[in-house]
Ligand binder design. Structure first.
Ligand SMILES: [Cu+2]
Length: 182
């Protein structure tokens, strides 16, 4: 009895896990990809951002007006637009960030990089399952010099702050538990 109900519960758990794993964040770059109207246009936008593998940058601009070139650091520094690592010209370019590291993007339209239409993106390693504090948290210090407080219990029921890695582990655990119940 109740087999259908349990089967449905399992499906819901699996679906939840998949959705959580797939929830990479999309970041529209600043207020559009353009020659920065102020010297801090891109740095201000970056100030409260952190990126993990799988996150997506969205460069919004009018096709033909700009472009997005991923380049090496040396080419970034000198605004060398030749032989980029990748080139994007569509005007709503989505670039999925890969493994942890530093990535360099500039505009390939002559003069634009020299006018500082360029941005450096640092991708951190995927967060631990415990979860990084959200940007809206009440500001607990990242690292205490004292002994780490004992994690009394896992933050069950708060899936919102989970990153993909934690969500994956969670979903696997849930499916395992569900399979025991069935
Ligand atoms: Cu441009």
């Amino acid at each position: 009895m109740a087999r259908q109900g349990r089967g449905m519960a399992l499906l819901v758990l699996v679906a939840f896990g998949l959705v959580a794993v797939a929830s990479a964040t999309e970041y529209p770059v600043a207020d559009g990809w353009k020659i920065p109207p102020t010297t801090t246009y891109y740095s201000d936008w970056l100030a409260d951002k952190s990126f993990v593998p799988g996150d997506v940058l969205v460069f919004e601009y009018t096709a033909g007006s700009h472009s997005v070139l991923e380049v090496t650091k040396s080419k970034y520094d000198t605004c060398d637009t030749t032989s980029p690592i990748s080139s994007h010209v569509a005007g709503s370019d989505k670039i999925t960030l890969g493994k942890a590291g530093t990535y360099y993007y500039l505009c390939g339209v002559p003069g634009h990089c020299d006018a500082n239409q360029k941005i450096t993106i640092t991708v951190d390693a995927a967060a631990a399952p415990v979860g990084a504090p959200s940007t809206n948290s009440t500001g607990t210090p990242k690292a205490s010099p004292k002994a780490a407080p004992a994690p009394a219990k896992p933050p069950s029921g708060s899936a919102s702050g989970l990153h993909a890695g934690g969500a994956l582990v969670l979903s696997v655990v849930m499916v395992f538990v569900a399979s025991l119940v069935l």
